[in-house]
Design a binder for this molecule. Structure first.
Ligand SMILES: C[S@@+](CC[C@H](N)C(=O)[O-])C[C@H]1O[C@@H](n2cnc3c(N)ncnc32)[C@H](O)[C@@H]1O
Length: 204
């Protein structure tokens, strides 16, 4: 099964609040995004946003240039249905974040919670970092979050790479400098506790 078929099947079988990574609000992501102190006109992209509510919360905060990318179109449909008419104010892109989906030098904040850790080969990670470098404007931001070294070895049945905040910032390479980091113990809807690392980085 391809990655796309895997994720499409997950979102066809499960509601947004049933998946292990579900949070009613992505509180830690929102805290780090707020530390970037961006104007509400900033271009924010939620990469592998799935059916998460980050976009809802950013709309409530008044952000007007929001994009959600996901490999699974069915995940985006769940968010669009939840948002109703407000979905029209968001750009939705079904595609692979390791490919060229966005214009160069167009992003003020690239957000990724629990997507980068699925890239387990050097080739996949390089392709991803190439897109981050190409798209994020100099001086602007990346919020990246993965399972921590003491987190699970698999997510959604797939193997993952786990990172400390330092390793996560390092994976982005020398074009980025870490401004802040956080750890989170996320409790899944079935009660499993999962350890996450978060970083806020700025493009030099
Ligand atoms: C564990 S979920 C996290 C969803 C969301 N970020 C959250 O925190 O609720 C991972 C998401 O990444 C998407 N995904 C996986 N690989 C991807 C890729 N290469 N490009 C874009 N999306 C991808 C999946 O479809 C899924 O929605």
């Amino acid at each position: 099964m391809s990655d796309k078929s895997h994720w499409e099947s997950v979102y066809r079988r499960k509601g947004s609040a049933e998946v292990s990574w579900y949070q009613p609000h992505l509180k830690q992501s929102l805290l780090l995004i707020s530390e970037a102190e961006l104007p509400t006109t900033a271009a924010i992209v939620d990469v592998g946003g799935g059916a998460s509510t980050l976009v809802d919360d950013l709309l409530v905060q008044g952000f007007t240039d929001l994009t959600v990318i996901d490999l699974a179109a069915s995940a985006l449909v769940q968010s669009q249905e939840r948002l109703g008419a407000r979905a029209k104010g968001v750009r939705w892109l079904a595609g692979d974040a390791t490919t060229e989906l966005l214009a160069s030098v167009s992003v003020d904040l690239w957000h990724d919670r629990a997507v980068f850790h699925f890239l387990t080969s050097d080739a996949q990670r390089s392709a991803y970092v190439e897109q981050v470098e190409r798209c994020v404007r100099p001086g602007k931001f990346v919020v990246l979050s993965t399972f921590a070294p003491d987190g699970p070895e698999r997510c959604s049945g797939l193997p993952v790479a786990r990172y400390s905040p330092e390793a996560l910032a390092g994976a982005l390479g020398p074009a980025f400098v870490k401004l802040a980091e956080a750890r989170e113990h996320h409790t899944s809807p079935l009660g499993a506790v999962q350890s996450f690392s978060y970083v806020l980085c700025r493009r030099r």
